[in-house]
Design a protein around this ligand. Sequence first.
Ligand code: V47
Length: 357
Amino acid sequence: MQTIESIAQKIRAAERISPEEALLLWHEAPLALLGELATTVRYRMNGRKLFYNRNFHIEPTNRCVFNCRFCSYRRPVDSPEMWDYSMEEVEAIARSQQPKGITEVHIVGGVHPDHGLEYYCEMIRRVKKILPQVAIKAFTAIELSYMIRQAGLTIEEGLQRLIEAGMEAIPGGGAEIFDEEIRAQICPEKGSTAEWFEVHRTAHRLGLHTNATILYGHIEKPEHRINHLRRLRDLQDETHGLDAFIPLKYRNFGNSMSSIGEVPITEDLRMLALSRIFLDNVPHIKAYWVMYGKTTTELALAYGADDVDGTIDDSTKIYSMAGAQDQKPVMTISEIERMAAAAGLTAVERDTFYHEL
Ligand code: V47
C-alpha cells in the first residue's frame, strides 16, 4: 500500500507521481511536508532564483459576450462602468510606458461582440510600433478562439495572422477549470476546454510560448484540480510549449458567486505545492502577486513558486474589481529584491521567454 512517505521518496528521487498519488498527498500530507517537497523540486528546476519581469497590462474593454459567474470585471454595454478604449486610447497607454524599461505588455480583456481579428491585429501593430522592444503577450485562448472563428478562419490561420502582426506569446487565462461539468456551472456560455487546448496546442506547433492557469477555490473539488494538472502535464509531454503555470485563487468580491467565500491561505499553499510537484515538465510556477496580495506571495516562495510576475504599474483591474487588497497594484524592483532575500533567494529579471536580463 502506498504511504505518504513512499510518495515523498519518489519526489525526492525525481520520479513522476500519478494523479492518485497527488490526490493522496492533497488529502493527507502535512502542509510542511508539501512545502519541503515542492521546495526540493523548485531548487532542482530553478535553483535559488526568483524570477520577475518589468511589465504592464492593457485591458482594452470590459464588455464581454460571455457572462462567467466568477467574473467581477465584465459590465453590460449600458453600464456607466463599462469601458471600450479606442485605438488612440490604447496607443496613449502604450506611449505612457515608453520610458520605463518595460519588456512585456499583457493584453487581455472581455470578448467584445464587434471587434474582430483584424481589429486586434491592428492593435498589436500599433502597440508594437510604439514599444518595439516590448514582447506582446496577448489574449486568452477563449478570446482568440472567438475572434478567429468569427473571422471564418482555422485556429492555425488566425494565429498566423496575429503572429505576423507582432504577437509573441499567449497568456494562460480562460482555462478556469477543465472539468466540463464544473465548467458548465461556473461559466456555461464560455468557450470550452477543448477550445482552450486547441489554441494552446496549435500555438505550440507554431512556435509560440504560452502559459496555463487554473481558477480554483470555488465549487470544484481536489480531484478536479488534480485532473486539471494531469491534462496540462499530458499536453506538455506532447508539445513542450508551456513556460509557466499560474494557480489563480477565486476572489469573491462583486460577482454572482460571492456567497461561496474564499478558501484559506493554507489551501493556496497546497495548490502551489502540488502544482510544483505534479507538473514536473513545466519549468515555472508563478505566484501572481496581484491576485494573492504581497504577503501570501511571500509565503508562496516556500511552496514551490519561482516567479511572481511583474511590476504591473497599476495597469490591471481584473483583481482589484474582484476584491484583491491592492486597489492600485504596483511592485517596485526593490520590493521584489527584499522579498527574494527574505526567502533566501536572488531576484532575477527575466524577459517573457525567461531569458535572464
Ligand atoms: O481567466 C477572473 C481569472 C483570468 C476572477 O499568463 C478570476 O502570465 C479569481 O489569466 N477571481 C485572467 N480569478 C488572468 C490571467 C493571468 C493573470 C496573470 C498572468 C497570466 C499569465 C495570466 O483571471 C481569467 C480567470 O481565470 N479571474 N475573475 C475572480 N473573481
